[in-house]
Design a protein around this ligand. Structure first.
Ligand code: UD1
Length: 424
């Protein structure tokens, strides 16, 4: 059933809100749990569509899974299939993390190629190279990643760029390979470190996660583990930007402030007050912002997943901002929607030139992808009047109860079903 969010703009966000567990960490940790010979209990999992789809896939593969109150128990022992079906696997990009896992278990994997957000070409050549380096035969004929191997053997993997997906897949292949694997030019995102920590708690030998080079001594016996997922870096950032956008005063609890330094620095540059303690971040703003320039980069640079939400805020900053997207070429499509709300934006190659306007006005807009959805929410929160945001299914893929969390902070948000819309 199609749904929309109706947001009455102009409400100041105030109070405390808890951040959920990390989506991208969850999507790497859940497949890893299949490599164990006993059950794992994973806590602080976000209750979002992507996690439910992944749960359906691993259940289909045979795993015994329970998911309640953000805790998932995964018993991988009954897993007896290596070929998740197209209908399930194509619903999310991270389903291809199952390929190295199933290859490790069965020496064979057949996984339909990734779905997910349409934010650019999103090739997987680096994953294929990594699996081949460790001895697998891999091809992608017919849109299915097919891999087989007699024995995985550790080696040196040189990634052409620090791809998150390729780093995850290299790690998940390497833990099943005999000997040592070095992943060079690895991604350094917090969820890479989270995956490494989970693998270590299962008994794997993993060093260097969070740096350019990750070393793994593979072939160890892995057991189930109890593990708590890190807080979601991107949800934290989205809430920080939303608080600033409404001239609000919001404390985000259960966060990791060091993961947020690139955004905090940008917000400070814009004139927003950001205060941090061990596990909370308080964002206060008077609703007046300086324009800034931003360039997306891998961690610890400014994250591409927070480019769209910050761009929304920059539409009302004083002056002209230049936002340069270096990771995903299609991440400016949402600017067409922001223009409907009065934003003054043009795109030149990989940069958006945003000239601040006094106010946005409410409009009917669409979320073109997950983070574009977050940007539309932020724009709607700070606009004059009412906005209706379509494409809610994208937003729900990645944000747990985002409507409820915003309402708790004083926003006026309604979730409306298509049938109510057609009746109205
Ligand atoms: C992950 C995140 C996504 C985030 C992105 C960048 C998950 C589930 N998703 O996506 O939220 O926006 O990191 O931080 O964790 N590339 C290649 N060949 C490859 C792999 C990647 O050319 O084999 C390129 C991509 O086109 C892109 C860049 O490398 O330009 C980074 O992509 P990557 O880090 O792999 O992103 P994802 O893992 O898809």
């Amino acid at each position: 059933m199609s749904e929309k969010l109706r947001i009455h703009g102009g409400m100041r966000l105030e109070g405390e809100v808890a951040v959920s567990g990390g989506k991208n960490a969850a999507l790497a940790v859940i497949p890893a749990a299949l490599l164990a010979d006993s059950p794992s209990i994973i806590e602080n999992l976000p209750d979002i569509n992507d996690v439910h789809v992944l749960m359906d896939i691993i259940r289909w593969l045979g795993a015994d899974v329970e998911f309640r109150d953000n805790v998932m128990r995964i018993d991988p022992r009954p897993v007896d299939k290596f070929n998740p079906p197209y209908d399930l696997a194509c619903k999310m990009r991270a389903s291809y993390y199952l390929a190295p896992v199933l290859l490790g278990i069965f020496q064979r994997a057949q996984v339909p190629l990734p779905g997910g957000c349409f934010i650019g070409a999103r090739p997987i050549d680096q994953t294929l190279k990594a699996m081949r380096t460790l001895g697998a035969s891999v091809d992608t004929l017919g849109g299915v990643l097919e891999a087989s191997v007699e024995e995985l053997i550790g080696g040196d993997i040189f990634l052409d760029m620090p791809s998150v997906g390729a780093t995850v897949n290299s790690m998940l292949t390497a833990v099943s390979a005999s000997g040592t694997t070095c992943i060079h030019n690895a991604a350094k995102e917090p969820h890479i470190v989270d995956l490494a920590n989970f693998l270590s708690s299962m008994g794997a030998w993993v060093k260097g996660a969070g740096t350019d080079v990750i070393r793994i001594r593979g072939g160890r016996h892995l057991h189930g583990a109890n593990y708590t997922i890190i807080p979601d870096q991107i949800e934290t950032g989205t809430l920080m930007i939303a608080a600033a956008a409404t001239g609000g005063d919001v404390t985000i609890t259960g966060a990791i402030p060091t993961h947020m330094e690139a955004l905090s620095a940008k917000l400070l540059e814009m004139g927003v007050h950001v205060q941090t303690e061990d596990d909370w971040i308080r964002v206060r703003s008077n609703g007046v912002f300086r324009a800034v320039n931003v360039k997306t980069q891998g961690y610890p640079g400014y994250p591409t997943d927070l480019q769209q939400p910050l761009s929304a805020l920059l539409t009302i900053a004083n002056g002209t901002s230049i936002v340069t997207e270096t990771i995903f070429e299609n991440r400016f499509r949402f600017l067409d929607e922001l223009r409907k709300m009065g934003a003054n934006v043009r795109v030149i190659e990989s940069s958006a030139i945003i000239s601040g306007v006094d106010k946005l006005v409410g409009a009917r807009v669409s979320a073109t992808d997950l983070r574009a959805g977050a940007a539309m929410i932020i724009a709607a929160l700070m606009a004059d009047g009412v906005s209706e945001i379509g494409g809610v299914e994208y937003i729900l893929r990645g944000y747990e109860r985002i409507d409820e969390k915003l309402m708790q902070l004083g926003a006026k948000v309604e979730r409306i079903r298509q049938e109510e819309l057609t009746r109205a």
